[in-house]
Design a protein around this ligand. Sequence first.
Ligand SMILES: Cc1cc2nc3c(=O)[nH]c(=O)nc-3n(C[C@H](O)[C@H](O)[C@H](O)COP(=O)(O)O)c2cc1C
Length: 322
Amino acid sequence: MKLSLGPFQGITDAPFRNVFKQHFGGIDKFYTPFFTGIQKDHAKNLQVEEIDPTCNDVETLTPQILSTDAEEILRFAKQCKELGYKEINLNMGCPFPRVANKKRGCGLLPYPDMVGAMFERVFERIDDMKFSVKCRLGYYSPHEIEAIIPIFNRFPLSELIIHPRIGKQLYKGEADVERFKALIPYINAPLVYNGDIVSVESFGRIREAVQPVDQFMLGRGLLANPFLAEEIKGSDCFVTRDDVTINKTNRLHHYVIDLYEDRLRHAGGSPKVLGRMKELWSYLMNSFESSQDAWRKIKKINALKEYEEAVEEIFKYNNLTL
Ligand SMILES: Cc1cc2nc3c(=O)[nH]c(=O)nc-3n(C[C@H](O)[C@H](O)[C@H](O)COP(=O)(O)O)c2cc1C
């Protein structure tokens, strides 16, 4: 059984992935949040830490692109290959109207012919680079995927990750596990389930329902509870350092501080790091007993010192629910 962490634009960047890996186990594979605008070879937006092989593990990281242009996808694949990556992932799941209304992200799902023509051109020249897809059930309707699956099946996708919501739902409502299950016999590519895995219990239920699928992508559940992958894999989440047992609260506290300090170093001490930290806290707060109090404290802060004090207060006065 393999676990990956889904990409989150604005949260799961290279500093996040690296600090996360120093503090927590259980995740076998990561994806970058999507890249766009790969206009030429040696694209400036690929000469960044986010994808630099000296800052990332090319063996366990798959760069993602949001595009409908086969030439751009091939340019991206070529440059990722030069950097040492073995696989790229195409985002066919982004639900935001400004993306999807341009037939990008999950906005591509109602157009199987367009997807077919694009994949023809990609697979003609992608050579030994693996190509995987992350998608939803559809943009407007969960039936759209039924016409897309035969297209996917014509090509040797290295992986198909399905998040069983439709685009119009954004992230609301529930992931439709039953519909995912019904699709399993019709899909040739190695399948990955993604959606609403928030606890060991929900993981167990979903795993049981989607057998024999044994690859799962975690998302908001792991941002809220960074121990989730370890718990799913059977760890008690205590670690021992210098003969001292460190409990979950201390581990979480160290992680939050290290991530903040690492982001600060990267940003040359600029308070703009607060945006990304707040974004993470919007999920993490769910792990505290007085989650609304914790969130209220953090969300209105604009100064580094205030943020640091608020975090200390949260850890001092709020118990974890984990
Ligand atoms: C703020 C935000 C940013 C996201 N960014 C990306 C992204 O860049 N690429 C992608 O494939 N999915 C992205 N996702 C989707 C997640 O990776 C994941 O598929 C989604 O949260 C569903 O899984 P979950 O129910 O376990 O959270 C994003 C989701 C959110 C809420």
